[in-house]
Design a protein around this ligand. Structure first.
Ligand code: ATP
Length: 308
């Protein structure tokens, strides 16, 4: 009996871990309102990643057929590059991400990753290849450590700490009452929007996926923290040659991208580097001037406050 109890205990804890992660999965999926109608093709093969090129070919999609959001959209996100998608609120930036995850299927056209139609590959391999920092990060009622480890359940405590360090979250955690063991979420300590964003980035760093998406990922941070965090992210991306996509409203967080795609009316209005788009004098350049002016005003406010 005694001999048996050890493995049973062990199994018990594995079971609890597994159940926990399934519950987490469920929470995550509920929070992201996943459409379960998407079905995996019979005999679907795993996605085979070569460089990480993403291509939308003549994609038309609407949540309801009467109201298409993307209209015959064609765009390429080159392998290993940093790409920004900008455009007015509601133009379909987050929709692109949901389609890529296959939370929904396109109505016309196709989406390819390294030449493979995403409807032909297994859902598990597809979702494993993509990491997202969403606009709002779901938190689990658990420790901060567990919440970071969600990015990679088998990560060591050292790896969890290294990820938090790179995401500029470790100093904040050091001030939490029980450090990494502090309970967060609805039944624990509430954490701020900026802390949540850095938590999501820690998760992503731990997951280390080939394709990375940042959906307004640093919008709740102060300028200083945002700048240093973006520098850290850029160095990780360069070091690992990852394909990354940044959805952003504030252009100064993305102007250094290899490619900027401006969406409007469900199509690409213009695309190029920051310099190309400024020279062109189109939508991007107007938006840039408008934001620079606002940013300039803020800078003056700060200077005035410091004078006082
Ligand atoms: P923002 O910059 O404000 O985040 P966005 O460009 O990311 O906007 P999306 O979230 O992609 O915009 O939404 C595009 C359009 O689709 C919006 O008009 C939105 O209201 C609509 N939409 C989004 N999700 C759904 C849904 N589940 N059902 C119906 N309509 C939806």
């Amino acid at each position: 009996v005694f001999q048996l109890s050890v493995p049973l205990n062990f199994l018990g804890s594995v079971y609890r871990e597994l159940r926990q992660s399934l519950l987490d999965m469920e929470t995550l999926f509920n929070l992201q309102k996943v459409n379960v109608a998407v079905k995996e093709k019979e005999g679907a093969k795993p996605l085979l990643l070569t460089g990480g090129e993403i291509r939308f070919e003549n994609v038309t999609f609407g949540y309801t057929p009467a109201r298409p959001i993307l209209k015959n959209l064609t765009l390429t996100i080159p392998a290993g590059k940093k790409v920004a998608i900008v455009g007015p609120s509601g133009c379909g930036k987050s929709t692109i991400l949901r389609l890529l995850f296959r939370f929904y299927d396109v109505q016309e056209g196709r989406i390819l990753i390294d030449g493979q139609d995403i409807r032909d590959v297994s859902l598990e391999s597809l979702r494993k290849a993509i990491g997202v920092v969403p606009q709002d990060t779901p938190l689990f009622n658990n420790t901060i450590e567990h919440n970071i480890r969600y990015g990679n359940m088998v990560a060591s405590p050292e790896q969890v700490r290294a990820a938090a360090e790179r995401a500029r979250l470790s100093e904040t955690i050091a001030h939490f009452p029980e450090g990494y063991q502090t309970m967060v979420g609805e039944r624990g300590m509430m954490i701020s929007g900026g802390e949540k964003q850095r938590l999501a980035i820690s998760r992503l760093i731990l997951k280390d996926p080939p394709l990375l998406f940042f959906d307004e990922a640093t919008s709740a941070l102060d300028t200083h923290t945002e700048t240093t965090l973006l520098q850290n992210i850029n160095s990780i991306l360069k070091e690992k040659k990852r394909t990354s996509v940044f959805v952003a409203h504030r252009l100064r967080t993305i102007y250094d991208s290899d490619l900027i795609i401006v969406l409007s009316g469900g199509q690409v209005a213009e695309s190029g580097t920051h310099e190309n788009l400024i020279d062109k004098g189109g939508v991007y350049s107007e938006l840039w001037s408008a934001q620079e002016m606002k940013f300039g005003d803020n800078a003056e406010d700060v200077a005035l406050a410091e004078d006082v």
